[in-house]
Design a protein around this ligand. Structure first.
Ligand code: ATP
Ligand code: MG
Length: 472
């Protein structure tokens, strides 16, 4: 075999070869699996293409395994899937495709291996390995895909203009592969992307967002995000991000380019975490800056309230991008809203009260928030970075100190709303919330102890000022 397989993979491919021989059809391993093997990247998805009926081949292969794996198939597409151990194996008949301009769904007819390789998006994705007796294990590489892998380059097999116009999703895929594999994009291919950027509009939001997530999950997401920006695609699919780009100057005073700052923050966070939502929080942390940008005479550029405005933008962006609107969105929003808090603390005295409030507001997400804050320190000025990092470590230390003594994280108010209503014989009303808040503030400010007894006594005092008295 040209590619190095595990014992398990070799066994599976032998069975596919045997089934194909018995059916009298040629079969090949093709696409991503071959690419990933050459790169030495883990891959559990195998695509098998055969010069015949993919569903029939899948059934035959399945019959060789015990227990017989379930064959799921799509009659219309002529594709079938089986799962053997942890391997997902997809079977399809070789096909030739032709496109109509309004849709990315091609007309399909049976074709040769060459036709099938022609319809693949990139030369690195068009590699095939033979499973046939005459040349078993041989690499079939009509477009120098192997060399493209060595040279770390994304290139279309055919005319890029056609390739991207036919299926504009491929533009996102090109950029995603470049980002995941840390490859460059061939110059002609890149021109094809720029020329066809508007065609991205015919791609469904789900597919676009899928690729965006894969870019965000790559080791250095800035590469893919910058490609999206430079190609002009980002302006179409995510204009709020593009609004961050550029630095404006008035009276010689400028501000940093918030787009490239954001990319740096995303790269920084990517070192610490693979969590997609924390990476989204990094991507969106300054999204409120463009709408809040002001120039203040004699002072310079300000972005007052950008964390609040940014927080409000999160549900809208998630909804537009068809990202989940559940607790993941709420987590991202919370982090965007709180991202300045730990750093702003360092400017004043780091009082116990401020630390307690931060712990209370962040709850279980405090460590994640601190990670985001650390990633947010990107100044080119080394002294500034050092000062920020020193302050940051100080806040971290103080957080631990206060949490150990006060246990504010995940804190529940010792006196509940129900209890307030019962004690004073009042229905749900504004007073209940006011009393609860007063107790919370008193505890967080250290005016009273974090205990039931002192909270109860304090409740009676606050209620008295509102002319409320216990009914019993
Ligand atoms: P990954 O699984 O990491 O997303 P992959 O290359 O395996 O990468 P798949 O979407 O699984 O991508 O597709 C398998 C193969 O099918 C690809 O390697 C490529 O040859 C082909 N392919 C997938 N999508 C397209 C497309 N939009 N246009 C042309 N060929 C495609
Ligand atoms: Mg795949």
């Amino acid at each position: 075999m040209f590619i190095k397989c595990t014992e398990q993979e070799a066994y599976i491919f032998d069975q596919v070869a045997r089934a194909a021989r018995e059916l009298g059809v040629d079969a090949y391993i093709i696409g991503g699996f071959v690419r990933d093997k050459i790169i030495d990247r883990e891959s559990k998805d195998v695509d098998i293409v055969c010069l015949g009926d993919g569903i029939e081949l899948a059934n035959k292969v399945a019959g060789y395994f015990k227990p017989v794996p379930k064959v799921s198939f799509f009659k219309n597409f002529g594709t079938a899937h089986i799962k053997v151990d942890d391997m997902d194996i997809e079977f399809v008949g070789a096909r030739k495709e032709s496109y109509r301009s309004h849709s990315r769904k091609p007309e399909v007819e049976p074709g040769t291996l060459e036709d099938d390789q022609n319809r693949r998006d990139f030369t690195i994705n068009a590699l095939a390995v033979s499973l046939n007796k005459s040349n078993f294990g041989e690499l079939i590489d009509p477009f120098e895909g192997y060399r493209a892998i060595e040279e770390k380059i994304i290139r279309t097999p055919l005319d890029p203009d056609r390739t991207f116009s036919d299926d504009p999703l491929r533009m996102m895929r090109a950029i995603r592969f470049a980002s995941q594999l840390q490859f460059t994009i061939d110059e002609v291919t890149w021109k094809g992307i720029k020329k066809n950027k508007e065609r991205i509009k015919i791609v469904s939001q789900e597919r676009i967002t899928d690729e965006l997530n894969k870019i965000l999950l790559s080791a250095k997401p800035s590469a893919g995000l910058d490609f999206l920006f430079q190609s002009g695609i980002l302006a179409i699919i995510f204009p709020e991000m593009v609004a961050l780009a550029g630095a404006e100057y008035i009276d010689g005073m400028g501000h940093k380019d918030n787009f490239y700052h954001t990319l740096q923050v995303v790269d920084n966070i990517a070192v610490y975490t693979d969590d997609l939502w924390l990476r989204w929080a990094a991507l969106l942390h300054d999204i409120g800056k463009p709408p809040t940008k002001r120039f203040e005479e004699g002072h310079g550029w300000t972005f007052h309230g950008h964390e609040v405005v940014g927080g409000r933008m999160v549900p809208k962006i998630f909804s537009k991008l068809k990202l989940p609107l559940d607790n993941k969105m709420r987590f991202v929003r919370k982090l965007v809203e709180l991202h300045l808090r730990p750093i702003s603390l360092t400017k004043e005295n780091i009082t116990d009260s401020a630390i307690r409030r931060l712990l209370f507001d962040a709850g279980d997400d405090i460590d994640t928030l601190m990670l985001l804050c650390k990633a947010d320190i990107t100044s080119k000025n080394k002294q500034k970075v050092k000062r920020y990092l020193d302050n940051f470590e100080m806040v971290k230390y103080r957080l631990e100190e206060v949490e150990t003594s006060d246990k504010i994280r995940n804190w529940q108010p010792p006196v509940s709303g129900e209890m307030i209503m019962e004690v004073f014989g009042i229905p749900p009303c504004r007073h209940v919330g006011d009393i609860k808040n007063a107790i919370k503030d008193a505890i967080l400010d250290g005016e009273i102890e974090n205990s039931y007894e002192s909270a109860y006594a304090y409740m009676l005092r606050v209620a008295a000022t509102l002319n409320l008295h216990p009914v019993k």
